[in-house]
Design a protein around this ligand. Structure first.
Ligand code: UDP
Length: 365
């Protein structure tokens, strides 16, 4: 029996695949490689000393998806695939609804066809909207302020309807707070496309000299030092949260939402200071206007996950900074240096879903 990870080649997906392999699961990845990178999966295999089955497959390609379910006995799906840039979602809402909502529908229809009814869905704390005052627990009212958030909320609602129509489904909705950091090996990490919009990758790029200074969006919030407060969670802790959710959905039925966060708020300035300590580099910064849509403070009440999933985050902010720095220092261009002439070196080793359908899939990476 295998676990299908959609979006497995991305930042969270690659760390999740490493943990799944190390825990002994057989892992199948479906990724369209728009944001994900094949090199990350090659390194996952290197870290775990085990191999994955990898398919280039867009979720909207239902024939391709069917091919994967025909080739493997899938026990459960961890669904991470989707577009994730808030700003871009405001400019291109239709792409977000097509990829994140229609893509999920296509996946769910295929799962139903193959009678796979166990799903872990990658949701986001953004579903709590802008009025929730922390610590935020799962019962808070939901509301969103941008199309990206709406895709997450709509999919949560679709999954609720699906479960109501057929209680044999078993679904965990994981609401991520702010994942940062990297695998302690320094081999996999976050590799944003273009200018990072999130704080940590921006800081690491300033530290390495790729960007001149950090712009801190607002210093007049009602927080301890005036800068925005978030719940940063180590990406490996986030990954282990998925493993615990997987164990739960395999053993039971129902639908439940879980916050994956540490429960601690950290301000932008506190994160900058922690990073400076971890890296020994100074991060020049300048205060600028608040970023539209940002809230002053957001952090989780993670007690439901502790109670029901027996999971809690164990890595602190210093480890997050050290690991993010190790990754950035060892991979100043992210995975890009592994490309030759725009081609991903291991491209030819990815199974193309069309080939896989006709049974001509390549081996692992
Ligand atoms: N932030 C910042 N400068 C940046 C990026 C982010 O000051 O270049 C701040 C942002 O205003 C927020 C925090 O850092 O207070 C985390 O932002 P991020 O985009 O990483 O996460 P999100 O706002 O989605 O929780």
């Amino acid at each position: 029996m295998s676990i299908l990870v959609t979006g497995g080649a991305g930042y969270i997906g690659s760390h999740l695949c490493a943990e799944l392999l190390e825990a002994g699961y057989d892992v199948v990845v479906a990724d369209n490689f728009v944001n994900g990178n094949a090199e990350s999966l090659r390194r996952v295999e290197e870290i775990a000393h085990r191999s994955l089955s990898v398919y280039r497959c867009d979720l909207l390609d239902s024939a391709g998806l069917r091919g994967i379910f025909e080739n493997h006995r899938i026990e459960a799906v961890i669904h991470l695939a989707g577009l994730k840039a808030v700003g871009e979602s405001v400019e291109e809402p239709l792409s977000y609804y097509r990829n994140n909502v229609a893509g999920t529908l296509s996946l769910l229809e295929t799962m139903r066809r193959f009678e796979v009814r166990k799903l872990v869905f990658s949701s986001s704390a953004t579903v709590y909207g802008s009025t929730a005052s922390p610590p935020i627990s799962e019962g808070f009212s939901l509301g969103v302020t941008n199309p990206y958030g709406r895709t997450k909320l709509v999919v949560e609602e679709i999954l609720g309807d699906l479960h109501a129509s057929d209680p044999r489904w078993s679904i965990a909705l994981l609401r991520y707070f702010n994942p940062i950091g990297a695998h302690s090996s320094g081999r996999i990490g976050e590799d944003p496309c273009g200018v990072p919009s999130n704080l940590m990758p921006y800081i690491t790029q300033v530290a390495i000299g790729q960007r001149e200074e950090l712009r801190i969006f607002g210093n007049d919030y009602p927080t301890l030092d005036g800068t925005g407060v978030r719940d940063y969670i180590h990406v490996v802790d986030l990954a282990t949260g998925h493993l615990q959710a997987l164990r739960k959905i395999v053993a039971s039925r129902g639908i439940d939402a879980y916050n994956l966060g540490t429960g601690y708020g950290v301000s932008v300035l506190q994160l900058v200071k922690a990073f400076e300590k971890a890296s020994g580099r100074q991060i020049p910064f300048r205060f600028v206007e608040r970023r539209p849509g940002d809230v002053a403070a957001s952090y989780a009440d993670p007690s439901k996950a502790a109670r029901e999933l027996e999971w809690r985050a164990t890595r602190g902010i210093d480890a997050m900074c050290l690991d993010a720095w190790r990754w950035q220092l060892g991979n100043p261009m992210g995975y890009a240096e592994m490309r030759e002439g725009g081609q991903i070196i291991h491209e030819n080793r990815i199974r193309h879903s069309v080939l896989a359908v006709s049974g001509v899939g390549e081996g692992s990476l």
